[in-house]
Design a protein around this ligand. Structure first.
Ligand code: SF4
Length: 427
């Protein structure tokens, strides 16, 4: 399922706070898709034309190259087109009125601006908004916008499904289909920004993007980095580096690679502060254990003075919510602070687990959550507990569900497990 975060702040990686109590079932999704079929076509939707370059795939430099090398035009023309697309949400070249007729004809011949198809969208009473976006005829993902005091956060997916298999993550139960292209990633931002009437540098309603939806962003490195470059570009969405956050389950070498090419905020799905437990919850930990992961985080933080790293910790009843777990977490994060020689360099977000059908994990009761938090607070660590948003439109943490044509056997196995528990309809 699409595990986009519908929370107020500090959204975690997709699997961090896996589902809520009532994830959208396949039937609900089918209903959404059926209703959507009766809706008018998406404004600006353009069918795939493999002979043309989708300009959503290109960041500033690659678009300049395209203008120079493919169209034989001056590089600065690319800037005009970027503004039309990302600032004014214009996708028809004929409406780009400051381009000459000949250039518009060339663009028509060689390029297209293909926006994701909005299969369905819903607004919550609290201002949260979610979209079901068709990525191709067989796969759909969900994107959620969460407004909150002075900020608006969009939670974006990087893959259809996820190849990692975090045990508490409902996305994991859907298996994996493919990476999203740069166009499909930035297209999620475009759809939300256009809906919000976002005007970069002026009326900015979309102030933050978190790569915390479905998938492991660092497993789709090039496309994610290019999309984040458009998010941060003044000719794109003009977001400051710290307002774009990438969340990873801990792909250590790729954290270093990210540090070489980008300066976005880093979040890590931690969930346990000892290797035995973390390897159970996040199997990737067997390959990149906590010590290696923390060293990579330290290297990331040390590149630039003042950089902090956010650690996401999903609280599961009787699994990782006991006082000894809080003390282990505290120790680990203090070590991080010391290594980067900065107080509060490690930030932590506590995410009460939201159960989904078939999971063996449970949400701790409120008292247990409060005492875990208090133990951290008493030691001087700020540890906010995430507040759920958008639950009236099934957009709360983990309630969202895309459509994954699984290429692994995981989805079928999970369905079988649900059926054996009499929960077949929830698959
Ligand atoms: S890495 Fe994949 S399986 Fe793990 S929490 Fe994130 S989305 Fe879920």
């Amino acid at each position: 399922m699409t595990e986009l975060r519908a929370t107020t702040n500090d959204l975690p990686h997709a699997g961090d706070a896996p589902a809520s109590a009532t994830p959208v079932s396949a039937q609900a999704l089918a209903n959404d898709v059926a209703i959507a079929a009766t809706q008018p076509a998406t404004p600006g939707y353009v069918a795939v034309d493999p002979s043309k370059t989708n300009l959503f795939d290109l960041d500033r430099v690659s678009l300049e190259d395209f203008f120079e090398q493919t169209l034989g035009e001056k590089r600065f023309r690319a800037h005009q087109v970027m503004k039309w697309i990302h600032h004014r949400y214009v996708t028809d070249f004929n409406d780009m009125t400051d381009l000459g007729k000949a250039l518009r004809a060339k663009l028509e011949q060689h390029a297209q601006v293909r926006v994701p198809q909005v299969v369905f969208d819903k607004a919550s009473a609290d201002g949260t908004h979610k979209w079901l976006l068709g990525m191709d005829p067989k796969n759909a993902i969900e994107t959620v916008f969460i407004p909150d005091k002075g900020r608006g956060t969009l939670c974006v997916s990087s893959q259809v499904g996820c190849a990692l298999n975090c045990q508490f993550c409902s996305t994991a139960t859907q298996g994996f289909n493919r990476n999203l292209s740069t166009a499909e990633i930035i297209g999620q931002v475009w759809v939300a920004a256009r809906h919000l009437g976002n005007v970069p540098h002026q009326q900015r309603k979309l102030t933050n993007v978190v790569m915390m939806g479905m998938g492991e962003p660092l497993a789709n490195f090039d496309n994610v980095v290019r999309a984040m470059s458009i998010m941060r570009d003044d000719l794109g969405y003009g977001l400051a580096n710290k307002r774009v956050t990438l969340s990873t389950a801990g792909m250590v070498p790729m954290i270093d690679k990210l540090g070489e090419v980008s300066d976005v905020s880093l979040a890590v799905s931690l969930h346990a502060a000892n290797d035995e437990l973390r390897s159970e919850l996040v199997p990737l930990n067997k390959k990149y254990p906590i010590a290696q992961l923390m060293e990579a985080c330290v290297r990331y933080a040390l590149r630039k003075r003042g950089t902090s790293v956010t650690f996401e910790y999903t609280l599961m009843k009787g699994v990782n919510d006991q006082p000894q777990h809080a003390r282990q977490l505290l120790r680990l994060l203090r070590q991080f602070d010391n290594a980067v020689q900065m107080k509060d360099a490690a930030k932590v977000n506590l995410i009460p687990f939201n159960p989904f059908p078939g999971t063996r994990y449970e949400r701790p009761d409120d008292a247990a959550i409060r005492s875990f938090q208090k133990l951290l607070n008493d030691a001087g660590m700020i540890a906010p507990v995430r507040r759920t948003r958008g639950d009236d439109i099934d957009a709360a943490c983990g309630q969202l569900k895309g459509q994954v044509m699984d290429r692994t056997r995981r989805q079928a196995e999970f369905r079988k497990k649900l059926e054996s528990q009499g929960l077949g309809d929830a698959a």
